[in-house]
Design a protein around this ligand. Structure first.
Ligand SMILES: Cc1cc2nc3c(=O)[nH]c(=O)nc-3n(C[C@H](O)[C@H](O)[C@H](O)COP(=O)(O)O)c2cc1C
Length: 180
């Protein structure tokens, strides 16, 4: 029942308190990521935990430069930051030459999102940082973030104490077909 409650309660949070999350809570969230299932148990992920606000800003600046105002309407707001100034972000880098990398990393990030929710930590899954790894600063940023050789950015997650509230997203029952 606790899992269903975490699924029910999870929301994408886009405003955070500056207060850092406790280390033992972070360790539990990371363990939930490592416990994720993966195709052939290949575990094609690498998690880089960033608690350095300047480095997150650098990734934001490069993503913003790459995407500009065309990439996401959110960039129009000068106060917008792709990590929402969360005190912790985890970058999930995935092995490039493996068929199931995106699926496996997606499962891992959701495991971490649900673990965070269950532990009272707000979070939002982030695709926007990807743009920062598509331009001329990509190698430099991958190095700073300890992305292993042969891996690239797949997805990220911001973590912190949420400062916003949000309604659940709408459910589309028509997206379910029942056969038999
Ligand atoms: C693969 C993926 C990428 C996402 N990228 C972003 C992002 O870059 N920025 C953001 O604010 N939200 C991002 N989201 C969050 C979605 O916008 C959010 O899950 C969706 O609007 C539903 O809202 P909910 O999470 O509160 O249910 C992403 C979600 C997923 C699954």
């Amino acid at each position: 029942m606790e899992v269903l409650q975490a699924i029910e309660n999870r929301r994408s949070h886009r405003a955070y308190q500056a207060k850092q999350i406790p280390e033992e809570v972070l360790q539990k969230i990371l363990k939930a990521g490592l416990q994720s299932p993966s195709a052939r148990n290949h575990q094609p992920w690498h998690f880089s935990v960033v608690q350095d606000a300047a480095l997150l800003q650098e990734v934001h600046d490069e993503a913003a430069r790459m995407m500009g105002k065309n990439g996401s309407p959110r960039f129009v707001d000068p106060k917008f930051q792709i990590f929402y100034y969360a005190p912790t972000a985890i970058f999930i880098f995935g092995e490039k030459n493996f068929d199931w990398t995106d699926v496996d990393c997606g499962i891992a990030v959701e495991n971490m999102a649900l673990a965070a929710e269950g532990l009272g930590i707000g979070n939002v899954i982030l695709g926007l940082p990807k743009a920062a790894f598509m331009g001329e600063k990509a190698d430099e940023l991958r190095a700073k973030l300890r992305c292993p050789e042969g891996y690239d950015f797949v997805i990220a997650i911001s973590l912190g104490y949420a400062e916003d509230t949000k309604d659940p997203h709408e459910l589309h029952e028509e997206k379910i077909s029942r056969i038999g």
